[in-house]
Design a protein around this ligand. Structure first.
Ligand code: PLP
Length: 381
């Protein structure tokens, strides 16, 4: 059997990783400024994380949600404390798409409605419900097409105001659009969404899969706007590479046995991975590190020539260019051994571990300046 070829690959084979570095099978070291799509939150192979997972695997790795799993309650308690969402409840799943899928279901169970408002350039995942609220026709199969979803311009509070009605089930929005180009939802926009959802009995779903878990310099990026969503979805950085996601559910939602469910969600290993992540985030003050180093990085980037715009919050940063950015990324990867990401053709996306240090950022800035210089001077990329 061969693999179903859906991923364009770089010819690099990482075999080991530690902190913000990866090593390939030749022993070449790479600086990781992307964390494998925002997943590596506390750094690769953190010793506490490795110890907790190894210990748990030696005891019990999995049993289904038909027995008591105390690691789930420990995780919910620690997540509540660290995020400031103590009064929410937690439903555990295994990915970001699954978290959004369940959030949409919960919203619809709650108010009995069908229509959902989503936003231009949104990305919420690839399962049926999640992809229907994702603004990318290229990944929407005919079977996923839905006339329940309306897309409005992102950050356009008056458009939202005009579209809201008693027919709307939910509004789903990313606190910072990631795939859509690192576009920060304005505080007014989020506050308007909150007010309108209250007014019309709609459910406000904040997708924190990419921008959550401390990445923005607050635990959740919507906390900059001072709002409380009805449902918050998380995944990616939650498990630092172990697949886990969740829906944080406001107390006004009533749970009924059987209304949601999953085989793998909340298993022992996934929970201890997520507990270890929260322990490290707290112990090493990683949310603050993201805020401080993110601010530093954006300031330094804004001083470099040839950049159209630097956007973002904390350690979620978009660097937009007039010209396509792929050549710059390839130079960073193959000449300077640095992984970065992209949003579309013109934007480089940085999503390093929240534990990254200033020396690593400085070495990136130095390499980036060289790469920009060679491209601006017309040296063939
Ligand atoms: C904002 C957002 N929501 C949902 C998802 C889907 O997450 P997953 O790939 O874990 O299903 C992603 C993935 O990139 C994302 O960025």
């Amino acid at each position: 059997m061969t693999l179903f070829d859906v991923y364009p690959l770089y010819d690099i084979e990482p075999v080991r990783a530690q902190g913000s570095y990866l090593w390939d099978h030749y022993g070449t070291r790479y600086l990781d400024l992307y964390g494998g799509h925002a997943v590596i939150s506390i750094g690769h192979s953190h010793p506490h994380y490795v110890a907790r997972l190894t210990d748990q695997l030696g005891r019990i790795g999995f049993y289904s949600n038909s027995v008591r799993i105390p690691q789930q309650t420990e995780l919910a308690r620690k997540l509540g404390e660290l995020s400031g969402c103590e009064d929410y409840r937690l439903f555990l799943v295994s990915s970001g798409a699954e978290a959004n899928e369940n959030a949409l279901k919960l919203a619809s169970f709650h108010n009995g409605r069908k229509k959902v408002i989503a936003f231009t350039h949104a990305f919420h995942g690839r399962t049926a419900g999640a992809v229907a609220v994702t603004d990318n026709p290229a990944i929407l199969a005919p079977v996923n097409e839905s006339d329940h979803v309306r897309f409005l311009p992102f950050n356009d509070a008056p458009a939202l105001e005009a579209a809201m009605s008693e027919a709307i089930c939910a509004v789903i929005v990313e606190g910072i659009q990631g795939v859509g180009g690192v576009q920060v939802a304005s505080e007014t926009f989020l506050q308007t969404a909150r007010r309108l959802c209250n007014q019309f009995g709609a459910v406000l779903i904040l997708d924190g899969v990419q921008c959550g878990y401390g990445r923005s310099g607050k635990f959740f990026s919507h906390q900059f706007a001072g709002i409380q969503p009805d449902l918050i979805t998380v995944a990616k950085g939650m498990g630092n590479g172990f697949p886990i996601g969740g829906v944080l559910i406001h107390p006004k939602f009533e749970a009924k046995h059987g209304m949601l469910g999953t085989t793998f969600g909340g298993n022992h290993l996934a929970c201890v991975a997520a507990i270890a992540v929260l322990d490290v985030i707290k112990e090493e003050n990683l949310v603050e590190n993201a805020a401080v180093l993110g601010e530093y990085l954006r300031k330094e980037l804004r001083a470099l020539p040839g950049i159209k715009e630097v956007r973002g919050r904390g350690l979620m940063i978009g660097i937009e260019f007039e010209q396509p950015a792929e050549a710059l990324r390839r130079k960073l990867l193959f000449e300077h051994r640095m992984f970065t990401g992209a949003s579309g053709k013109h934007t480089i996306r940085l999503l390093p571990s929240l534990a990254i240090g200033k020396p690593e950022l400085d070495s990136f800035l130095e390499a980036f300046e060289t790469v920009l210089g060679s491209v601006n001077a017309g040296v063939a990329p």
